[in-house]
Write a protein that binds this ligand. Sequence first.
Ligand code: ADP
Ligand code: MG
Length: 482
Amino acid sequence: MENSYEKIWRNCLSIIKDNISTSSFATWFAPIQPVSLENNVLTIQVPSQFFYEWLEEHYIDLLRKTIKRELGKSGRLEYSIIMDNSPSGATTKPFTVPAPTLNKKVLHNPLVSMPINLNQDESKTIPNPFIIPGLKKVNIHSNLNENYNFSNFVQGDSNRLARSAGIAVGQNPGKTSFNPLLIYSPNGLGKTHLAHAIGIEVKNNFPEKTVLYVSAEQFTNQFIDSVRNNNQNDFIHFYQMIDVLIVDDIYCFAGKEKTQDVFFHIFNYLHQKGKQIVITSDLPPVEMKGIEPRLLSRFKWGLSADLQVPDFETRVAILQKKLYNEGVVMPQQVIDLIAYSIVTNVREMEGALISILAQASMNKKEITVELAMMVIDKFVKHTPREISIEFIQKMVSEYFHIPIEKIYSDSRKREIVQARQLAMYLSKTFTKSSLSIIGIKCGNKDHATVLHACKTVKNLSDTDKKYKKCVDELENIIRVRT
Ligand code: ADP
Ligand code: MG
């Protein structure tokens, strides 16, 4: 028979399920086990400290309400956190070499194409230059790019889960429930950056740990080489020595059965030893065609977190960080313009930024909105930009030097009313939005207000030359950006 705490928790889950997305539910609630119910205190077991903190940070209100509904006002929730005691995962353990034969055996480091002979005592060559005989520490070059660290990775709603999970992994490799950690997103949204950042974080926290960043393509080529040179075992041994293995763009394995097979074995070995695996992909596991089901099922053991398109504020922050790192100053209007114009790919956005800087310095021109528009137009030629109501509002706000909040407000001040009416009129002209949508987005006005605004702008344009000039100018500003 089901225990009362199980029943209570089941009821809680059904409430929670209705209130959050399926993927959040699967990630954060499905792994929870109810443990007991005593004195109206429901205890639930969560897989880790991080997990608990995440719940407290993001779902506390929902949990509170749910518990109150199920257990009444005096109901309480307590967590029991599973501590990971697996011996192999001990974080302070010095690096030990798994194979006792290491110094004798020929281990080929697949990351090095030109073997260097470091060994003078033995007649046999040791083609792995990273193994220093006599030292029990293996020094493998991590392949990490120092610039791709966490402090350069701007946080936003679009990357919150992946970034937090990445930090947790960086602080506790192999010991969180995020093993493997799979990061996926379309191109140019920061997977590679985040993958490096995790590696760097591990290196900072645990210098003795062996971290390796490798692209799936590199891995594949090394494997093919090892088959050709008949040293597959060395290849496998090499990978088995890694504490934190980061494989970028795993989807490159699609259709390559032998590579997947060898990766499967390495994966199992490392996972079993409590070593951390981080994977990136441009597709979520369910859509990875050509990847064997047994490998896919391994990917699902840990956490899959996606990177989404960053919102406007995050895009601006990314550009600002980049500029700060480069030690360059750029007018805010230009930064905003770039962030407005290039939406779905951070790499392209950075490309535009660099081109603008280059254009300005090569031609000794000032960085102006006009120059930026020219460059951006070249960048985004193939993707016709859709003008949004928000963009128009921003242009109007800048043109009149009136803060956007005032445009949204109910103020009846003449200049504010005028700006608001123009924003409505231009939204009607340049977007396909209905009058009521425009009204809602201009501070919850009704559609009649928008209609009235459009008529007023037309009438004034016909009778007031100065006003008409204003409208024309604004239209031009917006037009050159389409
Ligand atoms: P992906 O691997 O997903 O194709 P990258 O990691 O190569 O994307 O990112 C493309 C560029 O965008 C990199 O220069 C990276 O530094 C930058 N970038 C992406 N997201 C962020 C972010 N949140 N903060 C700072 N830079 C970012
Ligand atoms: Mg990448």
